[in-house]
Design a protein around this ligand. Structure first.
Ligand SMILES: Nc1ncnc2c1ncn2[C@@H]1O[C@H](COP(=O)(O)OP(=O)(O)OP(=O)(O)O)[C@@H](O)[C@H]1O
Ligand SMILES: [Mg+2]
Length: 373
């Protein structure tokens, strides 16, 4: 069983304060109302992927902003919104136990006006704003809003303190420092499957590709292969599905269900030996396929030694995930835990409880299903 992360404590992150989840399992289902903090918990986990690389947090801050080119907040604003707005100081604190070792992530600081050389600002601007700035600014220093703080991280006794300065003109284009990932953690957003490139990892193993094809054949029995072909003219690679009647069809011509299955299957292979976070697992999949797809998920996760966290909204999806376990056999190991989140109280804080899958399953049969608290 792959339980890489045993427990997680979120001191402060986004709308979450003092949330502790212990006894994490191989598969962890996060259930809860809209806005209860499910995605925030996945984001908090993702922060622990590569704490030494600060650009990680800037990319993470951008994940919710889907229409980056034409509208939406700046990198700076997205970053500032990772800090809880409902407390006076600016602090993000996370603690976890992974592979028997303690992990600490503490980021704190404050927003300040700083003076910047206009030349430095111009370097950071896109061409439209750059021309405007060059027209408007003299040689005087310009006042810019910035976050100044410190990141302290520690993993198994080793760590560092890094000074952080992010200003309103920051971009998230910094390249990740590769090879430093403490834990291999992969996040699949509810929209990941429409991003276009979703099966390159599956092709690395013929036997895994065969298994994935069987799942796709549930949707369309005429699907026979997955290929990535390169267009010689523009040097672009495109993913194709080979179909008995239609020939090679670009993946984009298929429905979202197939893309979602591929994105999950690819994510498992990519997260090998680590953690896969799947936000809204049931998005784009018809409930009649849940049983087969979730059985595949659990099996493949075991095969690739992947611990899984999924958020789900629907009772049917949670039910189908629980049905992957053989709960009728009393002494069968239970690979699932269910975390339920609820926002409560005057301050609208997120509360959680964690239950073994077997217990949730049993209660569901006895009292009707109410895992959403
Ligand atoms: N920086 C912040 N400070 C305080 N609250 C925040 C902050 N960022 C987000 N929130 C709050 O967190 C909630 C959203 O949390 P999240 O997106 O994790 O919920 P969710 O359970 O994934 O919801 P859904 O099921 O709709 O996807 C909102 O109520 C939002 O106001
Ligand atoms: Mg969410």
């Amino acid at each position: 069983m792959a339980v890489h992360m045993e427990s997680l404590k979120i001191g402060h992150f986004r709308g979450i304060h003092h949330l502790t989840v212990e006894n994490l399992n191989h598969i962890n289902i996060i259930a809860g109302d809209n806005n209860s903090g499910k995605t925030s918990v996945l984001e908090a986990l993702l922060l622990l992927r590569n704490p030494a690389d600060f650009t990680n947090i800037l990319r993470l801050a951008r994940m919710r902003d889907t229409n980056l080119f034409f509208s939406g907040p700046s990198v700076y604003e997205s970053f500032i919104n990772l800090f809880p707005k409902d407390m006076s100081g600016m602090e993000i604190t996370l603690y976890a136990v992974c592979k028997g070792q303690n992990v600490t992530y503490e980021l704190s600081g404050e927003q300040k006006k700083i003076m910047m050389d206009p030349e430095d600002v111009i370097q950071k601007l896109n061409s439209v704003n750059r021309n405007r700035m060059m027209r408007d600014s003299g040689s005087d220093m310009v006042e810019v809003e910035a976050f100044r703080g410190e990141l302290f991280y520690e993993i198994a006794g080793y760590g560092d303190k890094i000074k952080i300065e992010i200003d309103t003109y920051a971009t998230a284009s910094g390249r990740e420092i590769k090879g430093n990932n403490y834990l291999n953690i992969v996040y699949l957003s509810p929209m990941d499957h429409v991003r276009g490139s979703v099966f390159n990892r599956i092709l690395r193993s013929d036997s895994y590709k065969e298994i994935c094809l069987h799942i796709l054949q549930l949707f369309d029995p005429e699907i026979v292969d997955l290929l990535i072909l390169k267009n010689e003219d523009n040097n672009r690679s495109t993913e194709y599905i080979k179909h008995m009647t239609l020939g090679n069809m670009p993946l984009s011509t298929y429905g979202d269900g197939i893309k979602k299955v591929l994105s999950i299957a690819n994510g498992i292979a990519q997260a090998a030996g680590g953690i896969l976070l799947i936000d809204e697992i049931e998005t784009a999949i018809h409930s009649k396929y849940y049983d087969d797809i979730f059985r595949f998920l659990v099996k493949a996760a075991i095969q690739f030694d992947v611990q899984v966290f999924v958020t789900a909204h629907s009772i049917e999806a949670i039910d189908a995930l629980l049905s992957t376990q053989d709960y009728e056999k009393q002494n069968q190991a239970d690979d699932i835990n269910v975390l339920t989140f609820k926002k409560e109280g005057a301050k609208s804080r997120t509360y959680s409880r964690i239950l073994p899958g077997r217990k949730v399953y049993a209660n569901r049969e006895q009292f009707g299903f109410e895992v959403r608290l």
